[in-house]
Design a protein around this ligand. Structure first.
Ligand code: GLN
Length: 551
């Protein structure tokens, strides 16, 4: 299959070798950052698994589920793409084998392949290419940035590799390049950068008919001219095509390092494009972060209280949002992980942690496990004036906490725990009416971007400086409208709601220095240069809290 395109976009394909976990997503996002000043860059990620999307996967297994404005639930690399490149990505930009096979099997049943044997090649590879072409064409992209998940040689990603090999001929060599991210170890005792793993990995890429045009060598130190020459020699490249992917203290440094390593010029030359990076504001924030890592003017501690704390990637966007707010407040923030599972039965342990922190975030979550520990944490923050931000489930649990301990609805709870067979009591958090009939779990929550109307005169209004903001959602439950009046009469303010006025989307406690919560996920749209106001002000209030305590 080959196709004439109206506009001829360029394509950069990013693959990984040697090891997983080298930061291919961040490498791709950094490349996008460096080229996006004059070009419309469209990142596409190919995942080998058979789920349609990661929406139903446990975050501890797969990391955070990133939610897009169009309601897509996608791989967490899309968080990196959005934060680095500054684009709103779309569901179709995440190609999964689940999506590919589903469409092929539907086409087969519909008779679209009548008379033909449906095969991995050409039908699977054609479907992959079709999805890539469609996205580039729909978006009128100047540059596609295609990341292939996993490591070269993985069976489940083989068809993506074969598809991009075919694309080389369809695009023409001047319009497509392959960037391979590898690992350059410096073994203990040997104390020398070693190229062999890179050579082996490039060999296996060559076996599939792909020659890398650029190699990024992840290493604990900058690659020496000698190792660059050696890698270049073995891989048919110029030494300037070998880029140091040196370990960094903060991921936002990576585009700056690639730029310094000459990657922009190399990309301009190889793809015949011109898009010099505009990264001054970015660089300033990075400099603040680096200064605060080495020599902080002030350090504060913020706890993230959740049940997926065993894998920090489960809360990736929350952690990044804290970093954005740290950079913009010129402060170092230590993240303290607080596992809430069973915490309500260990008040001493909880107090030991919370006594020392300057702010607390209760992020999103699902199910009964860990919620009583979160509720106890929220009580502690409310009673001790600790700056608090509740996100999604964190807002629902803050409402339950207030209902139980201030309003006097002792058995207040969320209808969600019924799914775990637990008696609900009074459901101050109830299922969204339109969710009642939903039986299928995949892609069926209230998902994606929605307007949040903000009440004038509230703290939320002051923080956002607007009466309407667009934010992203991912939930099935809401504040039960039957209890809103009663809760508000007791002092809690619902300061933001959906445009039909029913769903409560922001809440605050005016008697507390900073007790804010939202039904949406502000962490998904926070950026290094423009942090989310809810996070920015949490950090700001945490600084004030800490200064007061230090006196
Ligand atoms: N479990 C809650 C709901 O479905 C909150 C979801 C979340 O925190 N993302 O409404």
């Amino acid at each position: 299959m080959s196709r004439k395109k109206k506009k001829s976009p360029k394509l950069i394909v990013v693959t990984g070798g040697v090891l997983s976990g080298l930061g291919k997503g961040i490498a791709a996002a950094s490349i996008g950052k460096l080229l996006s000043a004059n070009l419309k860059v469209v990142p596409i990620k190919c995942d080998g698994y058979l789920n349609t999307d990661p929406g139903t996967m446990n975050p501890v297994e797969h990391g955070e589920v990133y939610v897009q404005d169009d309601g897509g639930e996608v791989d967490m690399d899309f968080g990196h793409y959005e934060r680095f490149i500054g684009v709103d990505t779309k569901f179709d930009w995440n190609i999964t084998m689940g999506k590919v096979f589903k469409e092929i099997l539907e086409k087969e049943r519909a008779g679209d392949y009548l008379g033909k044997t449906v095969q991995f090649i050409p039908h699977v590879t054609d479907m992959i290419k079709e999805k890539i072409y469609n996205t580039l064409e729909t978006e009128q992209a100047d540059l596609g940035l295609l990341e292939i998940g996993g490591t070269v040689g993985d069976l489940e990603n083989q068809f993506y590799i074969e598809a991009v090999r075919q694309l080389k001929f369809e695009f023409g060599p001047e319009n497509i390049i392959f960037i391979h991210l590898t690992y350059v170890p410096v073994p203990n005792g040997v104390n020398e950068q070693k190229s062999k793993p890179t050579q082996m990995s490039v060999k296996s890429l060559q076996q599939f008919g792909i020659e890398p045009d650029i190699i990024i060598g992840r290493c604990s130190e900058y690659l020496t001219p000698k190792i660059k020459e050696k890698i270049a020699l073995f891989c048919n490249l110029e030494p300037s095509d070998v880029i140091s992917g040196v370990d960094v203290e903060c991921i936002y440094e990576i585009p700056l390092i690639y730029e310094q390593e000459g990657l922009v010029e190399t990309l301009h030359k190889k793809l015949n494009i011109y898009s010099p990076p505009k990264i001054n504001a970015w660089r300033n924030r990075v400099n603040v972060l680096l200064k605060n890592i080495k020599n902080p003017s002030k350090t504060i501690d913020i706890a993230i209280a959740g049940k997926y704390t065993e894998l920090e990637d489960s809360y990736a966007s929350v952690v990044e949002s804290i970093t954005h707010s740290a950079a913009n407040n010129d402060v170092k923030v230590n993240v303290v992980w607080l596992d809430t599972d069973g915490l309500e039965t260990q008040p001493k342990k909880m107090a030991e942690v919370l006594e020392l922190v300057d702010g607390v975030i209760v992020p999103g979550g699902f199910g009964a496990r860990g919620i009583e520990g979160k509720i106890s944490t929220i009580t502690y923050c409310r009673e001790n004036n600790i700056p608090f931000l509740g996100i999604c489930y964190g807002m629902q649990l803050a409402v339950i906490e207030y209902a139980r301990n201030v309003v006097g609805i002792k058995d207040a709870n969320t209808a969600e725990i019924l799914e775990d067979g637990i008696d609900v009591g009074t459901a101050v958090i109830d299922i969204l009416p339109e969710q009642k009939a939903v039986t299928k779990k995949g892609g069926s929550m209230r998902l994606g971007g929605q307007d949040v109307l903000i009440k004038e005169g509230t703290k939320a209004h002051a923080l956002y400086g607007a009466t309407s903001v667009r934010q992203r959602f991912r939930h099935r439950y809401e504040v039960n409208p039957d209890y809103i009046q009663q809760i508000e009469d007791a002092g809690l303010v619902f300061s933001g709601h959906a445009s039909d006025l029913r769903i409560m989307q922001l809440m605050e406690l005016p008697s507390h220095p900073y007790f804010m919560a939202c039904q949406f996920h502000p962490e998904l749209t926070s950026r290094l240069e423009t942090p989310s106001p809810l996070f920015y002000n949490l950090v700001k209030e945490a600084i004030i809290f800490s200064n007061k305590r230090d006196k």
